[in-house]
Design a protein around this ligand. Sequence first.
Ligand code: ATP
Ligand code: MG
Length: 456
Amino acid sequence: MSDILVVEDKESLRGMLRKTLEARGYSVEESADAYEARRKIQASRFLVVLTDLRLPAGSGFDVLQASKEADAQAPVIVMTAFGTVDDAVRAMKEGATDFLTKPVDTEHLLLVLERAMERQRLQTKYVLLKEEYQRRFGLPKMMGEDPALKETMLAIQRAAATDATVLVLGESGTGKELMSRALHQLSARAKGPFVAINCAAIPENLLENELFGHEKGAFTGATGRKIGRAEMAHRGTLFLDEIGDMPLSLQGKILRLVQERQFERVGGVQTITVDVRVVAATNRDLKAAVERREFREDLYFRLSVFPVEIPPLRRRRGDIIPLAEAFLERSAREMGRRGLRLSEEARRTLLEHAWPGNVRELQNCLERAAILCDGVDIRPEHLRLGSTADSGPTLADVMDLTGPLEEVTARAAARAEQEAIRLALRDAENDSTAAAERLGMSVPALRRRIKALGLG
Ligand SMILES: Nc1ncnc2c1ncn2[C@@H]1O[C@H](COP(=O)(O)OP(=O)(O)OP(=O)(O)O)[C@@H](O)[C@H]1O
Ligand SMILES: [Mg+2]
């Protein structure tokens, strides 16, 4: 396989090109006509094809087409004679990477070639990264079979068919971002960018800059123009994550963006119009925020044209086991382990847990279990979900439970008695008669206990 295929009928020029390229360390293959070039392209691969447009046995357009058929990404550079710019334009439209006018300037040729290869390298890198990312995050594969989630997915599909602003609602870890990405993938904008910005993670004074960009000299340190996320999302989807945390001071600008698709860069006077679909997400109760005057009502209305709610995991229990199995399989694969499976008891534990952290918590739980488990059966203890794990600290966290059982029980009883008396007195505003009544004991008995426990 050679690096570059040179297609040129004039022998002297072909020889000159070969010499120039070989001097730079490229390996070169030659063709004198379009037919032969096509055959070579079909038979092997080239990093770059450099072709004349006027050729015997066809034309440079045939060579271009053959290259696109063999590898849509492979760069093709066309050479045109002076005065045939129309052809060059047509070639670019049909997918040529660049063009050179004859007589070919060697410095220019090398520059264009380098640029084409660099672009090719970046593209390959981008594709690989994207694949890696999708494999890691399983995008845009939303898993779940529970009817409650099915309904949400249906809503996403419906929203994807429109260009409407979408508001994704759900507790932390329910999959708001994943759903929003899926929405983008399913929409007509799928080929465009999906650009996310987390409004809660960026300090208020930097958020506007991040969203809308700035002009050179907008503030100290603004040494050049910067393009903001809203502009990067042109022809794609702008994902405003944690919109509930958007500072009031910026909400007017967001409203304008949602409504008119317009904004100005920080320090800029020029109005910029973008073609974006806005998807916003929050785990906050926006309506309550409106009532507290922390969120603009007009923005709230604009955003909620198409609300999609993702139910918490505890309200779609049918998803727990299938998701757990999928996460376990993924973790096992990443760790190069085989045959890990959930025991019956582990399944029961998973189903009984309340999952306040939703799918993210489930995912972390199984990743951890895969690490902790040294056999093949995941057992409840590998899950590390104490039965009270979701309702705060356990008894062992607040008192010492070691030592002979009799002593432990006595200690615990004393603690409980102490706390019960303290609460009864507090609730009765230190009226010992009322407190004794609550505790179902006489006033003298209560006094004795207070003294014995050292509460008085
Ligand atoms: N239905 C699902 N199928 C597969 N993976 C899921 C599903 N739902 C969520 N996840 C995974 O759970 C994790 C949390 O999802 P995501 O980040 O989308 O949640 P979120 O609602 O944006 O959370 P937060 O409010 O904390 O930002 C991600 O790793 C995501 O891939
Ligand atoms: Mg999120």
